[in-house]
Design a protein around this ligand. Structure first.
Ligand SMILES: [Cu+2]
Length: 152
């Protein structure tokens, strides 16, 4: 019995780690490690990070980003100017063939604006990305700790 239980525990752990590494495929694109930083309940803005891998032979572009948790979502780039970090819109992002578009804290991110109720640790929300060629894709975004630096 004890042996059976520990075998069960091992398989549960394996299932969890597979779920954690969830990736979404759309045509030639693989979207992975989608996560967001938790915010306070009254926060109006938040940031989401993810990676898009292009396994095809043609470039693709992100046209729109939308989510039910925010009134507006746009790709931003953070630049460090002395002691000040500034963000600006990136415009349409392209993913070159064989390349990966990687977003992370302090660099590129998806800015969520007009948040409807804050982002809570441990919860998840859908993000819909429309690509020029791969079309519309819904990606589940996990919410990590407020100061988290990655999807772990
Ligand atoms: Cu931003």
């Amino acid at each position: 019995m004890r042996l059976f239980l520990s075998a069960l525990a091992v398989s549960i752990i394996m299932i969890t780690s597979v779920a954690h590494a969830a990736e979404v495929t759309a045509g030639d694109l693989v979207i992975e490690q989608a996560w967001a930083r938790a915010t306070t309940l009254s926060a109006k803005t938040g940031a989401t990070y993810l990676a898009v891998r292009n396994t095809g032979s043609q470039p693709d572009r992100i046209l729109f980003i939308e989510t039910p948790v925010a009134g507006n979502a746009v790709a931003h780039q953070t630049r460090q100017e002395g002691d000040v970090s500034r963000m600006s819109e990136t415009g349409p992002l392209s993913i070159s063939p064989g390349g990966t578009l990687e977003m992370k804290p302090g660099a590129m991110h998806i800015m969520l604006m007009e948040l409807s109720g804050g982002l809570k640790v441990g919860q998840q929300f859908p993000l819909t990305i429309t690509f020029e060629k791969a079309g519309k894709v819904e990606v589940p975004v996990k919410i990590g700790k407020p100061g988290a630096m990655g999807s772990e």
